[in-house]
Design a protein around this ligand. Structure first.
Ligand code: ADP
Length: 456
């Protein structure tokens, strides 16, 4: 800076001297002033030219071109350029952060909409677009009230109490496939609003299922309890003969048994839901499973449908299944119990294990019972669903048997397939994946058959 001041005065001095030399002989003061003014004007002109050069250089996208300036202007150029670079890098940094932030909001499973002070959409993520059915680009600057016309939302917006959310049906909601959204508005900034949306369809369905389940269990327990209470009162208040007492006690025992079965099925279901999946390296003998189920079936058959049923057990080859023996026994046991309870005495019940052409294998229970109408088939595995409520109760059913079977099948990576024709009987098959089947080490022929099926 000092060097620049020195150069300025030197410039003035030279200008003054030249002025004095050219004009000053006639009028030295005039000559001096003209010289000084000319030198000043020249100095300003040179500076202006340098400023113009500097501005042009700064306007360039990148200041890589060398700038032929020296001294103070070179310093100004360097500092301005450094400042510009810093600012640019800060702006890029902010832009990057903004993009990261927006990507994070995009990835959110919740819908996010930013509204300006007039209620117009400034930005929204894809989830919000899906929830409300608007286009995240095309619908920018649209008023939210024009796009979301649901009365519950409009009333919520009008009242202005945003301490809680509001629930409303989604725009694509239909009676067969309902969609429920929980929508919450939050004030922020100067009059702006943040709109958050959540798809609560599954949550609501789970809540409905929980309520239904509790209602069903209460109902199932209340019925035998009422009967029991009635008998107790009768026994307490009426003078009964020994034979009558015997009959009442037998009926009471039947009701208690019914409650016991229900509680036991509920416990089985809750255990299945709460325990880790069965191990894939514990092997169960299919032959043992079939024999035990047949034996239990025959025993039940003798008690509920005297003189019993005709039994056939097919095993296309000794094999082993990876999984839990008690769970598999409970699943097949339930299928056998159903077959026994719904099939008239002396009719055929077939228990079979066979490998399928694609290498999978199935454990099936087939009966010659009344069969099931097609409209009931998709709902059979729902808890407490019964085709014939009184028949199920009369035979000691809880409505939970097939739910248990389905659960066990899923836990073993298997699938429950039901085929039934009214009047012709039913066939329930649990189809196991290849990975859970192996030949019983003691049976060579079957091992070859299984290896071939796996290859195919
Ligand atoms: P339940 O304890 O009532 O038998 P399940 O869950 O085992 O309950 O079966 C559900 C319903 O499916 C039964 O109530 C019955 O109407 C029907 N069902 C199950 N198995 C058979 C079968 N083998 N033949 C005819 N109907 C069956």
């Amino acid at each position: 800076m000092a060097w620049r001041v020195f150069r300025f005065f030197l410039f003035q001095l030279c200008g003054g001297l030249i002025g004095y030399w050219l004009v000053g002989l006639a009028n030295p003061l005039h000559g001096l002033i003209i010289g000084l003014l000319t030198a000043s004007a020249l100095w300003v002109a040179i500076d202006l030219r340098r400023v113009a050069q500097l501005l042009k250089w700064l306007k360039e996208a990148d200041q890589t071109r060398p700038l032929r300036l020296h001294g103070l202007w070179a310093e100004v150029a360097t500092r301005a350029s450094r400042l510009l670079r810093q600012q640019e890098s800060r702006a890029q940094d902010s832009e990057r952060r903004l993009q990261e932030f927006l990507s994070a909001i995009q990835a959110s499973p919740n819908g996010v909409v930013l509204l300006d002070a007039l209620g117009r959409i400034e930005w929204c993520n894809m989830t919000a677009g899906e929830h409300f059915g608007f286009d995240p680009k095309r619908d920018l600057q649209q008023h939210i009230g024009n796009l979301v016309r649901e009365p519950a939302f409009l009333a919520y917006q009008a009242v202005g109490d945003f301490t809680h959310d509001v629930q409303m049906p989604g725009p694509r909601s239909t009676p067969s496939r309902p969609v429920r959204l929980a929508v919450h508005l939050h004030d922020y900034g100067e009059g702006r609003r943040l709109l958050l949306s959540r798809d609560v369809t599954a949550l609501e369905q789970a809540e409905v299922m929980r309520r239904d389940f509790v209602a069903n269990v209460s109902h199932e327990i209340r019925t035998p309890l009422t009967v029991l209470a009635g008998f107790i009162e009768t026994l307490q208040n009426l003078p009964l003969t020994a034979a009558e007492r015997e009959r009442y006690l037998a009926l009471m025992s039947q009701q208690a048994q019914r409650m016991q079965t229900l509680v036991s099925d509920l416990l089985t279901l809750s255990k299945l839901e709460g325990s880790p999946p069965p191990r894939a390296d514990e092997w169960v003998s299919v032959q043992r499973l079939l024999s035990q189920c047949e034996q239990e079936g025959r025993e039940l058959s003798a008690t509920v449908a005297a003189p019993g049923h005709v039994w056939r057990v097919l095993n296309t080859g000794p094999a082993e299944l990876a999984g839990s023996y008690p769970e598999l026994l409970s699943a097949v046991g339930n299928l056998v119990s159903n077959a026994v309870r719904y099939t008239p005495a002396s009719e055929l019940i077939e228990l079979a294990w066979r490998t399928l052409p694609d290498g999978q294998a199935e454990l099936s229970v087939q009966d010659a019972g009344p069969g099931i109408a097609p409209e009931h088939l998709p709902r059979l595995t729902e808890r407490f669903y019964r085709v014939d409520r009184s028949r199920s109760r009369d035979t000691g059913g809880t409505g939970l048997g097939l739910a248990i079977v389905k659960h066990v099948a899923q836990r073993h990576g298997a699938e429950l397939r039901i085929h039934s024709v009214p009047g012709e009987g039913s066939r329930f098959a649990i189809v196991f994946p290849v990975s859970r089947i192996r030949a019983d080490a003691e049976a060579d022929g079957f091992a070859d058959q299984l290896v071939e099926a796996r290859r195919a």
